[in-house]
Design a protein around this ligand. Sequence first.
Ligand code: F6P
Length: 340
Amino acid sequence: MKIGVLTGGGDAPGLNAAIRAVVIRGIEKGYEIVGIRDGWKGLLSPPQIFELKRKDVEDIYKEGGTILGSSRTNPFAIEGGSEQIIKNLEKLEINALIAMGGEDTLGVAAKLYEKGARIVGVPKTIDRDLNFTDYTLGFDTATQTATNAIERLHSTAKSHHRIIVVELMGRQAGWITLMAGLAGGAHAVLIPEVPLDLDGLCERLVERKKQGKSYAIIAVSEGVKVDVLEKVEKDAFGHINLSELKTGERIAKLIQKKTGIETRAVVLGHIQRSGAPTSTDRIWGTRLGAAAIDFVDEGRFGKMAAVKGEEITPVDLKKATEGTKTVNAELYELARSFFG
Ligand code: F6P
């Protein structure tokens, strides 16, 4: 039996550990494993697949990115795209598919499953905004990188008595910003789940200054809505390119104007998705990749291998991709009491 594996959407540290586990566990169970290049794009015509052997993946667990490549191709946004994929799977004799991705990639997987494809999903997104799973690959590494950045910014902000606004990734959910803000000692955290109260924030910043605290670090999710969005291009899944909105820069300018305190903006951007995975991402990558093979073995198609506490359990792909897991109010309130 032949199993295909693909990675779609933004790359995330931990994917290579998951691919390695799929290959090693799959071969051990007697399957042939093929890699599909650049997400769903590699299954459109002409398909781009290649055989994966144990020697190809043995050392990749410690590397960031994905050896398979990735893309934001949405076959359902292409005329006849999903039909092409179903036909190519048959033609290539790929009997089962493991798709690693977030809401978009796994959303496509859920729809292809309904069309008859035998698919298992692995949760991956640095944003950690997939429902019904406690963990998504890449989140720990991204949060660690963001924490280090926030912590480092303290020294320059303090030396220059400035406010520094650091923009972090998080399209719909502020998980990275909240957690890294807490761990890195940000003085305020702005996330998409909480409406922006710029006046309130500026009053606090002025008050801080009066108390002799001459600097502040503000962590901001790129998805925070500052004012009416300008017309910007959308990708195949209908998402706007948030980096074009320059959320952090715009907030920094408004803060400087309202408080009179010199303010700078820093965008951490793709550094958060890059580099070697933390041990947490390597371990969950390994466990989730192996579990995906077990799901195929047990015929659990249309399911995502979800993390529940210490365990991995099957969750319907459809259910997992219907909503977004956002930061809950209680957690935000707890975090808020540490920001000052
Ligand atoms: O994959 C999630 C993510 O990293 C988001 O946090 C971010 O908004 C987006 O991807 C950036 O996408 P791209 O790499 O296509 O610019």
